[in-house]
Design a protein around this ligand. Sequence first.
Ligand SMILES: Cc1ncc(COP(=O)(O)O)c(C=O)c1O
Length: 368
Amino acid sequence: MHFPALPDFPWDSLAGAAAVARGHPDGVVDLSVGTPVDPVPAAVGEALRAAWDSPGYPQTWGTPALREAAVDALARRHGAGRSSDEGLDPDAVLPTIGSKELVAWLPTLLGLGRDDVVAFPDLAYPTYEVGAQLAGATPARVRDDEPLPAGTRLAWLNSPSNPTGRVLDAAALAARVAEARELGAVVAADECYLALPGPGVLTTSVLDPVVHGGSVEGLLAVHSLSKTSNLAGYRAGLVAGDPVLVAGLLQVRKHAGMIVPRPVQEAMTVALRDDVHVAETRARYDDRRRVLRPALEAAGLRVEHSEAGLYLWATADEPCRTTVDRLAARGILVAPGEFYGPAGGAHVRVALTASDERIAAAAERLAE
Ligand SMILES: Cc1ncc(COP(=O)(O)O)c(C=O)c1O
């Protein structure tokens, strides 16, 4: 057996700090993993329940209603073009079993392998690198101000970013798209935090015509309902963009059995039709950001970027494990920046995914 060589699962290395933080008399405030804690929107849960009697195989492509709802939501929430000129139609969208599986398997699904470079940000969600490794391709960390390396066949963008909360504006996205097109590379924009900008912040989809100039050729936008709709437990994501690429992905995924369960497809359809719960979610995270950011700063940390998404990216100008341990001693568990790349060695990532009560507790402990 030759399992692919993959990095150690990084979270295991947090066990010591987690044990210290759990020892706090008022319990741990766990801001390490970005897993939602707020309720599933009631109508979405109802849709899942109503579809419980689903004995037949679901469609890999998703129901027509789901694809229609997805395209409408992308247009309504993110300005993704709908006209044939702009290329986004319901045939060019495909549900995924959460977005992590697509991130992990996209290089393989695209047929990439040895000699093909998969580029992703220097500070990044670890699964981009894992996906390159699973395909046997060459992973490359690329700073936003560096060019894509020769041989790039797939370039990941992630705005707003995990872990930094940084937002790339339309001009920066357009420049990367133009560069990738020159190289003949596919651009996959991981937009799972796109609907969660902070106050006054504008996030832009790669499917917005301002970015792609009227053609979605070579572009994929990867979306997730995990954070936007509190559906991490349902495993609900989607990919949309270039119809030719989406058709190719559909073909392989049909053969490979990568199918979203029918009750989840029904739940996704309802979630994608409603923007009210999305606005509520955004407001909740804004409130938590407003409490936690100044509390970290008052405790001597410098918060960088962090204008959108679910994370505060903070540094005390010391090795990240030292900061992790100091916060764990106050009962607060955060993620060391080195999980996201060597450039994160002096930072920690502080997730906003805790209840208002726990966020308030963290702020109090930081003030002690
Ligand atoms: C940047 C990024 N992409 C993708 C994912 C995967 O999310 P999911 O599989 O829940 O859709 C995450 C989860 O934290 C993430 O931070």
